[in-house]
Design a protein around this ligand. Structure first.
Ligand SMILES: [Zn+2]
Length: 271
């Protein structure tokens, strides 16, 4: 069915370019599929290759790829409970760490197995777009999704430093989704009395990123050109001791992941 749709779309492009645009818009708008991409990749000897906490003093080391292997399934549960289909992917291969491998299997993570996970690849959908990690975006757009969310955390220092300007980075068609996700973060997580992540009263930011290859910009651009709302989650800073302490507690990590899921669902329900 998917192939048929793609073939039909390709045929229409040749005949009526404007028609093709409208058709792509309709496919994204009507899609009930969400693709989550676990950021970076797992390297067999060095572990997750994303940002990490400066040390283990705030309850343990957190590395973003490993974190999302453990918790992407929680985001997925929220999305599927709301009646949508959720697929999870990663640019690399299944982790060699047995616990992460089990988590990956349980969450049904599709491994894209980029031949060289650090190399730059071309978008098959929009060939002028190139970026590290693009094979995940190729997989995501192959699923004709209604939304794509890249699961990351941020870090801006080799040592502990309180920093509270986390944000959702989005493409133009994903602006509304990013604002909805930020609203949910502010309502349910950031500085939430009792069980929230301390953020010094600073609300979650939204940043439109259309500056090409920088920091995944071309993943967002490729999605934008398929009219697919796309967001990169960069809300927590692993170099922020308060964020690290918070996310090191399992119940909090689940709460954080669920809030990401709820943000996506609230957007989709109000499209
Ligand atoms: Zn990252």
């Amino acid at each position: 069915m998917k192939r048929l749709l793609l073939a039909a779309a390709a045929a229409v492009t040749l005949l009526f370019p404007a028609c093709h645009q409208m058709q792509m818009q309709q496919i994204a708008y009507n899609s009930k599929v969400v693709v989550l991409d676990i950021g970076h990749y797992y390297e067999p000897t060095r572990g997750g290759q994303g940002a990490r906490t400066p040390d283990a003093s705030k309850g343990g080391v957190i590395e973003e790829t490993e974190f999302w292997y453990r918790y992407a399934g929680e985001v997925k549960k929220v999305i599927e409970a709301a009646g949508y289909t959720c697929l999870i992917c990663n640019r690399g291969d299944i982790p060699t760490d047995p616990r992460l491998a089990t988590a990956a299997r349980k969450a049904g993570v599709h491994h894209v197995k980029s031949p060289i996970p650090t190399a730059i690849y071309r978008s098959t959908h929009h060939p002028h777009r190139i970026a590290v990690g693009m094979l995940s975006t190729n997989y995501a757009l192959d699923q004709l999704p209604g939304a794509v969310v890249y699961l990351h955390h941020n870090s801006n220092s080799e040592t502990w430093r309180v920093y509270n300007k986390g944000a959702f980075y989005c493409n133009e068609v994903g602006t509304r989704m990013a604002y909805t996700m930020a609203q949910v973060m502010n309502r349910d997580i950031l500085d939430h009395p009792g069980n929230g992540m301390p953020n010094n009263g600073q609300p979650c930011g939204v940043v439109l990123r259309n500056d090409g290859r920088k920091g995944g910009g071309d993943w967002l651009n490729a999605c934008n050109e398929s009219y697919v709302p796309a967001v990169i989650t960069e809300v927590a800073y692993l170099s922020n001791p308060e964020h690290a302490r918070y996310l090191n507690r399992h119940e909090n990590a689940v709460r954080f992941a669920q809030a990401v899921g709820r943000g996506i669902v609230e957007y989709l329900n109000n499209r």
